[in-house]
Structures are given as C-alpha cells and as structure tokens.
Design a protein. Structure first.
Length: 487
C-alpha cells in the first residue's frame, strides 16, 4: 500500500518534471493572484442607482482609449459607442431582484436559442442537477412583445442622409436588420422607425444575388429577396433584404451593405431599432466590410457608462490571446481554444476534451455578447463550484437563487476577497477574471451568487464574464484577445 502510493507520487514528480506542458502550466498558475477584491459597497450602490429614475442623455461616441495600431493604416479604423441596455431602456422594476429575474429569463431564452441553432435541445430533467431543472422550469415561452433581448447597443448610422439608431450587437448571429416602415408589426423602439423612402442609398436585393443566396431562410416576391431570421424562442424578424450605406459615427461608412428591412418584427430586442450581426458567417457586418478585426468592451450593465465597438483597430497588445476556432458545421459562432480553468491557482481536474468541438460539431466554447451568465459543461461547472466553495469558507453562504446554486450574503462587508477564477487558453495565456465577473448581485441587500451555470452541448463565455474586458476578434490571424480594464 505505502510503496504503491510512493510509486504514484514518484511518477507524478517525474512526469511534472519531464512533461513541458504540465510544468509550464504549474508555473503559469502560481504567477496569478489567488484572489481578487470585490468592492461590495460600490456594486450595491450600482444596483440601487440602476433603478433610480434619471434622464441623463446618453453620452456621445467616444474615441478609443488606446492608440490605434499602425498596422491598420492600410484599412482605417471605425469606432462607434456601445451602451448597456439599462441606459437605453430604463428598467421598469421597483427592486433589483425583479430586474435580475427578468434578465435571467431573457438569458435562458438566449441560451435555448443558441442551442437550437446547433440542434442541441435541452436534455431530460432527470439526467440533470436540480439547479438545471430550476433554470428549465423558469424558461419563459416568449411570445409577441413580452420580452426584450440584447444587453448592449451600438449607435450605427443607416442610409443617406445618415440616420443613427441604437442596434443590439450580437456575436451569435450574422444578419443585420432594423425595423422598417411600413410596419406590419413593429415593437417599441427609442429612435424613430427607419423609412426606406427617406434614404437615397436604399436598394432592394434581387432574388438571385449572392447575398440572398447566403440567407438561411429566404423567399422571393416580385424579384425582391425576402429574409426571415428566427431566434429559436418564438421571436423573429422578416421583411425585404436591401443594401444600404452603414456608417460609424464620424469615422467612416460603407455602401451596399446587405441588411434586412424588417416589416414584421416580433418578440425580442425592445428598445433598439434592430440588430447588428457580428458573427463569423458571410452576411455578418465584419464579413461584409471585410474587417480584419473587431473589438468591443462591455461596461458594467448596472452602470450608465459607455465604451466602444471598433473595426480594424488592433486590440490592446497586452491581451491574453486564445486561438479563434471555426466550426465547419456552424460558421456563425466564434469558438475559443481553452485547455482548462483554475480557481485560486488550483487547476480543475477535468479533461481538456470537455472544451473541444467534437466530430459532430457539438461541444466547444464560444464567446457570446448576448448570453449573460457563462455556461459550462456540467462536469466543469460542478468542479468549478466545488473548488470555489472550498476557497470561499470565509464568505457567509446563503440559499441559491434560480439557476444559481452558490450564493453568499455579503451585506455586512464593504469588500470581499474572492478566489480568482482564471480561464487558461490553448497556447499558454490565462485570463484571471475580475471579482465582478465571478460574483454578481441578485438583490440590492447584498446577496451575491457565483455567476456560472451548467449546460449540455455547448459552453458559452457570457457577457457577465466579459464585462470590463476588451474582447478583440483578430479575424486575419484567428486569435481572440482579452484585455482587462481596456474599456
Ligand atoms: C469602492 O468603490 C468606491 C466607489 O467607487 C470607492 O470610493 C472606494 O474607495 C472603493 N473601495 C475599495 C476598497 O477599493
Ligand atoms: C420586488 O418586486 C416584486 C414585484 O414588483 C415584488 O413581488 C417583490 O416582493 C419585491 N421584492 C422585494 C425584496 O422588495
Ligand atoms: C427522456 O424522458 C423520457 C420520459 O421521461 C424517456 O422516455 C426518455 O428515454 C428520456 N430520454 C433520455 C435521452 O434520457
């Protein structure tokens, strides 16, 4: 018994000495701080202020905070502002709990919709944890104009003369569209509804055009290409496909960009005029303007600050880079190469294969601007939670909240020491998440929960974990960069 244990330890020492991967990984982990400080007072103040009625004008587009790369001189950079949903549509909630409930309902609908595009349907309840059951039971059936989606909005110009619109930004879909007059059905939006008659650059797209053929769902009416986009949860937009001039503040514009002119828009995206598809497919905005890269920074969703969406400006050079991986079965999603996740310097004991796309196009990890809470394969989630709990004994635990099974009562604290959750990318770089990306308030009384949840089929890095980090998609070099505090 003792000698066989000794043998195992000896083998472990030998393998960690001679296997370069294991060695470099253990060095890498020890170089990360094991905890992050959560400013509880500040975050609680935000939960109160986000609900307080105030009518500040939305800030105008700002210039990038870091200098644009000289390598982008051949193609110039385009910059527009991004705002969190709460600045555009004042939350109609009288307390933070009910705001959280509506955000989580939207988030479940979003995840179902992403999974349905991969033909992955939620598995039987019986096979899942109790926490997953709760999530499934809370998933609303979205119908009509009951909900809004899109958590972040960019200010984009359409037509000539230019009219500007708040459009939801979405890395999980390709087709850009906006509500268009005459409306068969249009939901409420902040800007006046676009009218093609007022734009000299508006042109219908013929049915046999490459843009029309690139649509997943299309139709043809008097040689005009009709589009439809459905979001998997009952919501959809349909109308005619057109080419238009799309402009980015005073930084430039592109003519002949194919966008949907939606006459019938039902379900999601309340507040915004439409959506900008930032996915990897042919019809996405980056593909159509042949952008070599794009980047965004999502500010704290409870704040009224803004940041930028930029095209063709190289991201910050200090970014932690991950390989950008494409799935031949699903061109829209941006997958990232991940080898593992650590908590407080301890690598989770899960095989690297749980982060990979399999031969059937299932699995893998995507970066999504539209999903809030990061979803991890159930075995990864369980391991993350258990390790997090092990290193959080100093925080007072409290009961769960909807899909969150790990919550803490921080009401008596001004700051809290939170174990570092770090994502380890293939290639050796790691991204230690900020404390705000790990524990989120669910009530303004000081209840916080671990903002991760289990899923089957597709892991998703959500926007709660991306907040405060500039995410750059280097399409020319197939890299995704993450830079903390570069907003
Ligand atoms: C927490 O945030 C508040 C408001 O921004 C700031 O005044 C305070 O110094 C911060 N506390 C710590 C410990 O960083
Ligand atoms: C929050 O608001 C909801 C609906 O308005 C109400 O049912 C609930 O009791 C409130 N919760 C708290 C903690 O005030
Ligand atoms: C799902 O549940 C149904 C009914 O409870 C059962 O018949 C079926 O075998 C289950 N499928 C899987 C994949 O577990």
């Amino acid at each position: 018994m003792a000698s066989s244990n000794f043998f195992i330890i000896l083998m472990a020492i030998i393998s960690s000495t001679f296997l370069p991967n294991a060695l470099s990984r253990s060095l890498m982990i020890s170089s990360l701080p094991h905890s992050q400080i959560l400013n509880v007072s500040k975050s609680i103040r935000n939960t109160v202020e986000v609900l307080s009625p105030k009518n500040e004008a939305i800030k105008q587009p700002q210039q990038p905070l870091y200098s644009l790369s000289s390598s982008s001189s051949s193609s110039s950079a385009f910059v527009v502002s991004i705002h969190p949903r709460s600045t555009l549509v004042k939350p109609q909630h009288n307390n933070y709990t009910s705001l959280t409930l509506s955000r989580l309902a939207r988030d479940s609908a979003r995840v179902s919709s992403l999974l349905s595009t991969l033909h992955i349907f939620p598995t039987n309840f019986t096979r899942l944890d109790k926490s997953v059951q709760t999530e499934e039971l809370e998933t609303p059936v979205i119908s009509g104009t009951s909900q809004g989606s899109g958590e972040y909005f960019a200010r984009i110009g359409v037509g000539e003369p230019v009219k500007e619109f708040y459009m939801a930004i979405d890395t999980g879909s390709d087709v850009s569209w906006l509500q268009c007059q005459p409306c068969i059905e249009c939901y409420q939006q902040t800007d006046p509804i676009f009218n093609p008659i007022d734009s000299s650059s508006y042109n219908r797209v013929p049915c046999e055009s490459p843009e029309c053929l690139a649509l997943d769902i299309s139709g043809c009416v008097s040689d005009t290409c009709m589009y439809q986009v459905t979001y998997g949860d009952g919501s959809f937009t349909q109308g005619e496909l057109a080419t238009e001039t799309v402009s980015f503040g005073n930084t430039g514009s592109f003519s002949n960009v194919a966008i949907g002119c939606g006459h019938d828009n039902e379900g999601l995206f309340i507040g915004s005029a439409g959506l900008i598809g930032l996915g990897g497919g042919k019809l996405s905005l980056p593909s159509q303007i042949k952008a070599t890269s794009f980047s965004y920074c999502l500010v704290d969703r409870d704040s009224d600050s803004s940041s930028t969406l930029e095209f063709n400006s190289a991201g910050p050079s200090d970014a932690a880079f991950a390989p950008l991986i494409r799935n031949s079965k699903q061109k829209t999603f941006f997958y990232v190469g991940i080898d593992g996740i650590s908590v407080a310097g301890e690598m989770l004991p899960v095989p690297e294969s749980v982060f990979r796309v399999d031969d059937n196009g299932r699995g893998g990890v995507i970066v999504d601007s539209g999903t809030a809470v990061t979803r991890l394969q159930t075995i990864v989630y369980t391991s993350l939670r258990d390790t997090f709990v092990k290193y959080s004994q100093h925080l007072p635990a409290t009961q769960g909240f909807l899909l969150f099974d790990t919550c803490f009562d921080l009401s008596s604290m001004k700051t809290a020491k939170v174990p570092t959750v770090a994502i380890h990318f293939s290639g050796g770089k790691a991204l230690p998440l900020r404390a705000e990306n790990v524990l989120v308030p669910v009530e303004s009384s000081g209840k916080y929960c671990l903002a991760f949840a289990p899923v089957d089929g597709l892991s998703i890095i959500g926007n709660v974990q991306q907040q405060g980090t500039r995410v750059s998609f280097d399409l020319a070099n197939n890299l995704v960069g993450f830079s903390r505090d570069k907003c």
